[in-house]
Design a binder for this molecule. Sequence first.
Ligand SMILES: [Fe+2]
Length: 454
Amino acid sequence: MANPFTLGVASGEPLPDGVMLWTRLAVDPLSTDPKRPGGMAPRAVEVSWQLAEDERFTQGLRQGTIQALPVWGHSVHVRVAGLRAGTDYFYRFRASGGQSPVGRTRTAPDPASSRPVRFAVANCQRYEHGYYTAYRHLADERPDVVFHVGDYIYESRQAAGVVRALGPLPGETSRLHEYRQRYARYKTDPDLQAAHAAAPWVPTWDDHEVLDNYRGKGDGSAAFLRRRGAAYQAYYENQPVRVRPEDGNLQMYRRRTYGTVADFMVLDVRQHRDVTTMLGPTQEQWLLSRLVISPVKWRVLMQPLFFARRVVPGDNPGVRRDSWDGHPAERARILALNVPGLVVFSGDVHNAWAGELKSDFADPGSATVGVEFVGSSISSRPPETDGPAVLARNPHLKFFDPRRGYLSCTASAEELRVAFRAVDFVDRRGAPLLTVGELVTKGSGLTLENTSSK
Ligand SMILES: [Fe+2]
């Protein structure tokens, strides 16, 4: 059989004593045969895995075997437990006579640890829009953990202005084999594979993993629920997450705690949503109570959508109903808690922003109750945006940059430092890495350092 490890390896969901290991077998990743996703025959394949403390697999070796099943797209999710906290590990797989690349992962620190946490935030990687050079640079940083805040794939197909073609895939994904193919196309990218192999990931989704701007159960039709179920299954099959979909749902919101430094509350702004609520009552209650009792320095919301108010000159009111500006009462309930160390990370808008969260966005003199950092995009094109004009209309927003990139962050007991990494082009390979802004918060308000935004 040909090499089945064409989609790379990944790890994720780090806990102090364990991680998930992932791969998905695909001998022909771009196959369009609905009965043979990834070119795999419809039968189980035995996969063996190894994990050790060194890259030569001699120290503290653990190993096992697991079946890659056709019903889960020949994906493999290995739950490894009993590991040491705050420790690097290396892992690899074997199947059908082939061997995977080696991945590096890292467990979360001990709950009592006050060690700084190095993490990256990425989002929005439309394949046709360009190369994933930013991911190559992110991989070189080898952070403790990578958060992805959505638009890992796009369900639609760009017709014009394509930097690189999707290949023999359907126009818009709606069935399971189509979503599987779309993930396979994206995951053949060597820079994306490098980023997964460099660090454990904790992903959440936005809309394009299913359908542009969808909410909850959509129109409630059986057709939409079938489509959403297919998309959620393909998401699970292609991410190193801990839980499987059940009855067409996938439990996504969760927290990942890093010692006494940071509590990352990973939100799901799609599955439980309707016109009146972004999170749904159960998730909102979970978030509000966790924010209050969380015993850490930084209470971090990891989620896709622009959180602060953003008035765009010339926009119709209600244009950004899809973001938190469409749910001001729910946002106000979060900010009214006035918990210390509140930080929000977001993506979605394809430009980089940072700002302060105000107790009353209409009053620039009101209290600052948190900060927000908005990642740009790995490759997805930005809308035409007059950044300086938006900054002028929204005094709580402090930073704008229009380039593709990601966020490189360090949280410690004293401060949170966020470097806006960027590349000048994605229409060809090889863009050097730039740092276009470095922002620091000690718990109230933002300070800009070394900023070269344009
Ligand atoms: Fe996007």
